[in-house]
Design a protein around this ligand. Structure first.
Ligand SMILES: [Zn+2]
Length: 153
């Protein structure tokens, strides 16, 4: 998204719209799929030789649940977008696209879960415990930790 600096009045300008989700470049990210449009609502104002842009972004994406590995739809929001760009006299435009991408990736949850109650997969047989149960005794059987205790390091 580009802001045409010369057109901004002294009191600043508001920008509202959508950018293609392809700007996020999720092809590289194995845990993120199907980004929809990135919605932005921003206010840009010139402050001396800088263009100060603040506002919010949000985008609907599919994230992979860290517990059960299923993809689920969620919204990633950036409520505190704030950047200053050098914009001396004669600056034509300022491009915010890279910063949109960076902020959205920064605001992705580090441990996404499809729901608070997600049971995850059985660590022994790999069955998705949200969809059914397995015969492994994960509750009272030996845990991965007690197996580690038995290791003589
Ligand atoms: Zn899950």
């Amino acid at each position: 998204m580009k802001i045409m600096v010369a057109r901004i009045p002294e009191e600043g300008s508001d920008y509202k719209g959508d950018e293609s989700g392809s700007i996020i470049g999720v092809e590289q990210e194995q845990f993120i799929r199907n980004p929809k449009d990135v919605h932005y609502e921003l206010h840009a104002q010139r402050v001396s030789d800088e263009l100060v842009v603040r506002g919010m972004l949000d985008v609907d994406v599919d994230l992979q649940c860290a517990r059960c590995s299923e993809f689920f739809s969620t919204t990633v929001s950036v409520s505190d977008f704030l950047r200053a760009y050098p914009a001396p006299e004669g600056t034509d435009s300022v491009d915010l696209t890279d910063d949109f991408r960076e902020e959205i990736l920064l605001h992705m949850p580090g441990f996404p879960v499809c729901s608070e109650g997600c049971k995850g997969v059985c660590p022994q047989c790999g069955v998705d415990l949200n969809k059914g149960s397995c015969t492994c005794k994960t509750e009272d059987g030996p845990s991965a930790w007690s197996a580690l205790d038995g290791l003589n390091l």
